[in-house]
Design a protein around this ligand. Structure first.
Ligand code: 13P
Length: 288
């Protein structure tokens, strides 16, 4: 059964580790992530961007697939199904479809409008027992056509949004989606510490988990980050393993063209990436 992300994130915050949000794109992604979480006894959050939801033919398909897999694979660790960077309408659609968690990304609105829309969605999420993530300060880079500048959030604005009663808060601290450029200045820990100071116990979310050096991840967790989002790294791992398989001509040997064989190395590569991240984030064994 899907669960809200609230309890797992509060435990993570108290235990000084982070739960990974891994974005899904299809059946292989979902299966690899769920099996790894179960094997490692780790709670997990499956992230679905609006673009990925559309790709998978709609949120109801996603809910059906994930619920079916949890049952058929015998997954017993806590799993949250979470809309990533949702619009207001996207959030409503996911509530309807049976997600257990939503992110409302109102970071591109003026703060008053972000607050107003977030407030309305909190009410709806609370009625359904769902968790809600809000965002303050746009996160840089490009994800599914959503382009952010990569800014540091204003700690007072973070407090204003946290006080609305959101479950977890994503705040820009110089992080960006996708690969980090050579000249990236790194995470702004001064901003993170200032936000933490204002928002107290609120579990914080670090987007753009791909390519952030290990020491920065650990420091961010020590400063209150309880959820870390990873997307691009699984995509890169999948693509690399698939390319190797084809470049080695394996699709031309026997039944190597069968999608169940062709996609297997990529699926294994996703498992390895998720395992590496769960080790780094410290979530292994936390679902026991
Ligand atoms: P990356 O693609 O950089 O890992 O970011 C993922 C993310 O933040 C999803 O919201």
């Amino acid at each position: 059964m899907l669960v809200s992300a609230k309890e797992m994130l509060e435990k993570a915050r108290d235990g000084k580790y982070a739960v990974g949000q891994f974005n899904i794109n299809n059946l292989e992604w979902t299966k690899s992530i769920l099996l790894t979480a179960q094997e490692l006894k780790s709670p997990v959050i499956l992230g679905v961007s609006e673009g990925a939801g559309k790709y998978m033919t709609g949120y109801k398909t996603v809910v059906g697939m994930v619920n079916g897999m949890i049952e058929e694979l015998g997954i017993t660790v806590p799993v949250a199904l979470h809309l990533d960077h949702g619009s207001y309408e996207g959030c409503l659609a996911c509530v309807e479809a049976g997600f257990s968690s939503i992110m409302f990304d109102g970071s591109h609105y003026p703060i008053e409008e972000n607050i107003q829309k977030t407030t309305e969605l909190i009410k709806i999420a609370n009625e359904k027992g769902m968790s809600l993530e809000a965002e303050v300060g746009s996160i840089g880079g490009e994800e599914d056509g959503v382009i952010g500048k990569g800014e540091c959030a204003d700690p007072d604005e973070c407090k204003a949004v946290a006080d609305l009663g959101v479950t977890m808060l994503a705040a820009g601290i110089g992080n960006i989606h996708g690969k980090y450029p050579e000249n990236w200045e790194g995470l702004s820990f001064d901003t993170l510490a200032a936000i933490k100071e204002k928002v107290g116990d609120m579990p914080l979310v670090l987007h753009g988990g791909t390519g952030i050096p290990e020491d920065m991840i650990k420091k961010a967790i020590s400063l209150g980050v309880a959820k870390i989002n990873v997307n691009t790294e699984c995509q890169l791992a999948f693509a690399e393993a698939t390319r190797k398989y084809i470049e080695a001509g394996k699709d031309l040997e026997g039944k190597g063209f069968d999608p169940r064989k062709l996609l297997a190395p990529g699926a294994e590569a996703i498992k390895a990436t998720v395992k590496e991240k769960m080790e780094l984030f410290g979530s292994i064994g936390k679902a026991e």
